[in-house]
Design a protein around this ligand. Structure first.
Ligand SMILES: Nc1nc2c(ncn2[C@@H]2O[C@H](COP(=O)(O)OP(=O)(O)OP(=O)(O)O)[C@@H](O)[C@H]2O)c(=O)[nH]1
Ligand SMILES: [Mg+2]
Length: 351
């Protein structure tokens, strides 16, 4: 591990220096604003001090042979097996219930095979048997409610995206920024508080340069508040945040402080559609406490069991704002129309 202290008057310039010396994977250990020089507080200059680190071992040490997949833990395997058996029993029970009423079990099987929980599926199908694919799509769509578009009328919107690491927050922000500024001709600014990885600021800056949009980096809640206040003239301020693990309560409370300072009008919780319902529900519980009021589902293109989204929407009753199904900016961003989502989940089922 190599740790180095950097100082400068411009935070962007300091981050650039860290990146060129320590590389894109460097992480920020600590950052603060300082007032230096002057006399009795007069004429002092604002400086930024950043402590950055990089893991030299990954570069310097010779590669050690290691299996590409870590050996699974016995406990994890047992838990997976229990979850699978539980779902199978629930599925059989729901099928038997339908059979006892002399009803077709195919729609139920179609839903459970893509990951919809058997009890959730049985509830969706309880009043009336879908005769066609369209009817099944309608029933699945009833599990979702649409949160509506980012910009609605003339009011200024401050929109924060939060969620676990790597789910697609920054890419989705870039997609939203492109749609709002290019298609809707809205005045847009971006603010990021993700200075954890040097590469993260760069990633967003690249999009902002292409779209010719301003980007502010906020190192602290005070800077977040100032950045949001500085863009009073904008229709839309998009706030990117650092990815946090739902089990790290300290990290979550830091994120909470940033959100309070930003005082957003909308907080979108970003969930990867390729996670299972247990992970998603835990994420909703922990991030929901920070004020998330709508969901975004990303990576639908990678989801093996897209029906998990029905389980999450049914259990949380949270409205869904957008879903994404690829890395392309901005084409792969879609308004979360419940019918469109249900179409993806039902797939090519034929009644
Ligand atoms: N297949 C697919 N990949 C996506 C989608 N959205 C984002 N990605 C990819 O997922 C990876 C992570 O995306 P980011 O936007 O950096 O995720 P993040 O949540 O900002 O990550 P952190 O800031 O590190 O927490 C990138 O390679 C993206 O291109 C999607 O809808 N489908
Ligand atoms: Mg990011």
């Amino acid at each position: 591990m190599r740790i180095k202290r950097y100082e400068g008057s411009d935070i962007q310039e300091v981050l650039q220096r860290i990146k060129s010396e320590l590389g894109r994977d460097a992480v920020i250990l600590h950052s603060q604003r300082l007032r230096k020089g002057g006399f009795l507080g007069l004429g002092a200059k604002l400086r930024y001090e950043v402590l950055a680190a990089t893991d030299l071992n990954t570069v310097a040490s010779p590669p050690t042979p290691s299996p590409s997949v870590p050996p699974p833990q016995d406990n994890d395997l047992a838990m997976e097996e229990i979850k699978r058996l539980k779902q199978e029993i629930q599925s059989l029970r729901a099928s038997l219930g339908l059979m006892a009423q002399g009803r077709n079990t195919e729609p139920l099987n179609a839903l459970t095979s893509v990951g919809v929980d058997p009890e959730v599926a049985a509830k969706l199908l309880e009043d009336g048997h879908p005769q066609t694919r369209e009817e099944l799509v309608q029933k699945v769509a009833s599990a979702f409610s649409l949160a509506g578009p980012l910009l609605n009328g003339n009011s200024r919107q401050v929109v924060a995206l939060i969620g676990p690491t790597g789910v697609g927050k920054t890419t989705t922000i870039a997609k939203m920024a492109a749609v709002a500024s290019l298609d809707q001709k809205a005045k847009v600014a971006l603010v990021t508080s993700d200075t954890y990885r040097i590469g993260a600021v760069d990633q967003l800056r690249t999009y902002c340069q292409i779209l010719r949009l301003p980007l502010d980096v906020a190192l602290s809640p005070d800077e977040m508040q100032a950045a949001v206040a500085a863009h009073q003239d904008k229709d839309l301020i998009l706030i990117d945040t650092v990815g946090r693990g739902q089990r790290h309560s300290l990290q979550l409370s830091e994120l909470g402080a940033m959100l309070r300072a930003a005082n957003p009008t909308q907080i979108h919780l970003v969930l990867s559609a390729s996670s299972d319902r247990y992970v998603m529900m835990e994420v909703v519980e922990k991030f929901g406490a920070l004020g998330a009021d709508r969901l975004i589902f990303t990576k639908l293109d990678e989801a093996v069991r897209p029906g998990e989204l029905v389980n999450v929407a049914s259990a949380t009753k949270m409205p869904v704002s957008y879903f994404t199904d690829g890395q392309k900016v901005p084409e792969d961003l879609h308004l979360a129309d419940p019918i469109l989502l249900a179409e993806r989940i039902v797939g090519d089922y034929h009644a």
